[in-house]
Design a protein around this ligand. Structure first.
Ligand SMILES: Cc1cc2nc3c(=O)[nH]c(=O)nc-3n(C[C@H](O)[C@H](O)[C@H](O)COP(=O)(O)O)c2cc1C
Length: 356
């Protein structure tokens, strides 16, 4: 074995993780009533904690009511009823020995106008979207360029949702800055063409993320966790999600490393792929410039890939394998031979068909 780390404990601030493996955030689009996920979707999270996960993420929870939602049936966390249902899930995850993390996001230019009450979408710049909405096969509407007023309102949506997560007893929160959604749209020189203090240099494009982190940290108790997810890949018009160079990526990582966050969560398509024309993968390029704990995700599907990914990271998450194999954590522990699942197989996530 190249490494033997997956089943060693990890001290993350004041939390001790029993191993280095977790369930990645997965949107399920099941929250039809009260913006609360279907019971089997909530049960899924608890079952993976019972199977041995050290850390379990929610799906991406939508921040504000006006413009944040990108897919039908997404969950929210700003009413007492929503808080109560997540509190029950958190208690069960904790009883099973795992940590629970709430991920939250705003879709920006990829918002779904029929669902957002204001029927409009917001983005750093008003630029047409080349690809169609994959769910409707319709073009995305042109977003409004966010004013500074809009920016403050949207930040407040992150804060409100973070308050909901604290009330619901999560151990931590992840700000979703990856995959081409709003924060990623601000980071990107392709989708952020602003001339004000939120656009231009990488430092200025980073300002929106920085303000969200500061505002959210202020309402998350110091002994609870705050993570930031970043990626060099994503959904719809891939240019949005791609950093221009290693230098640009590492500039953002250096800035993030100065923030009051507890880990950087690096989402990849495949953890082992070299990035930016170097011979290093994303975790290695992150580690080069940051001392923060690193969470890695992307095509980690068996013990060998988990151990290899953990050479350069502290925690490894899996999405599709944890979705489709109820025994995945135990199977990794015993070193069972497994193959990676395809995205098509994972589409069951968005249906009412029971998971295997
Ligand atoms: C059904 C499904 C839903 C997803 N939803 C989210 C999400 O809400 N937030 C997020 O950051 N990533 C989301 N992802 C991406 C995963 O967290 C992960 O980064 C990606 O699937 C690669 O990991 P894997 O190779 O283990 O599947 C989703 C992936 C799948 C398959």
């Amino acid at each position: 074995m190249i490494n033997n780390k997956a089943f060693t404990p990890f001290q993350l601030k004041n939390f001790q993780l029993r191993n280095r493996l977790g369930v990645a955030p997965m949107t399920r689009m099941s929250s039809i009533r009260d913006s609360i996920p279907r019971q089997d979707v909530l049960d899924f999270l608890v079952s993976r904690a019972l199977n041995g996960a050290a850390i379990v993420y929610t799906e991406a929870i939508v921040t504000d009511y006006e413009s944040a939602q990108g897919y039908p049936g997404q969950a929210r966390l700003t009413t007492q009823r929503q808080i109560n249902s997540w509190r029950t899930v958190n208690e069960a995850i904790h009883a099973a020995g795992a940590l629970s993390i709430m991920q939250m996001f705003h879709c920006g230019r990829l918002a779904w106008p029929e669902i957002n009450p204001a029927a409009r979408s917001l983005a750093p710049s008003a630029l047409p979207i080349k690809q169609q909405n994959p769910l409707t096969s319709q073009p995305y509407p042109l977003a409004d360029e966010m004013s500074v007023f809009d920016i403050h309102h949207v930040i407040n949506g992150f804060v409100e949702t973070a308050r909901g997560a604290v009330a619901a007893g999560f151990d931590g929160i992840e700000i979703h800055g990856a995959h081409g959604y709003l924060i990623s749209q601000f980071l990107s020189a392709y989708s952020n063409q602003r001339n004000d203090e939120y656009g231009g240099t990488p430092q200025k494009r980073y300002r929106f993320a920085q303000e969200i982190i500061a505002a959210v940290r202020a309402v998350v108790p110091q002994d609870q966790l705050l993570f930031f997810r970043i990626s060099d890949w994503g959904v719809v018009d891939m240019e949005v999600s791609l950093f221009n160079s290693r230098d640009e990526y590492q500039t953002i990582i250096r800035l993030l490393s100065e923030e009051p966050i507890d880990a950087i969560s690096v989402s990849t398509y495949d953890y082992k792929l070299p990035a930016f024309g170097t011979d290093k993968n994303m975790a290695q390029l992150t580690r080069e410039v940051s001392r923060l704990p690193i969470i890695i995700c992307g095509r980690i599907y068996d013990r060998t890939s988990a151990e290899e990914a953990l050479l350069d990271a502290d925690i490894a998450l899996s999405a599709k394998s944890t979705l489709l194999n109820p025994d995945w954590f135990e199977d990794v522990r015993t070193g069972k031979e497994m193959t990676a699942y395809t995205s098509e197989e994972a589409n069951i996530a968005y249906t009412e068909t029971p998971l295997p």
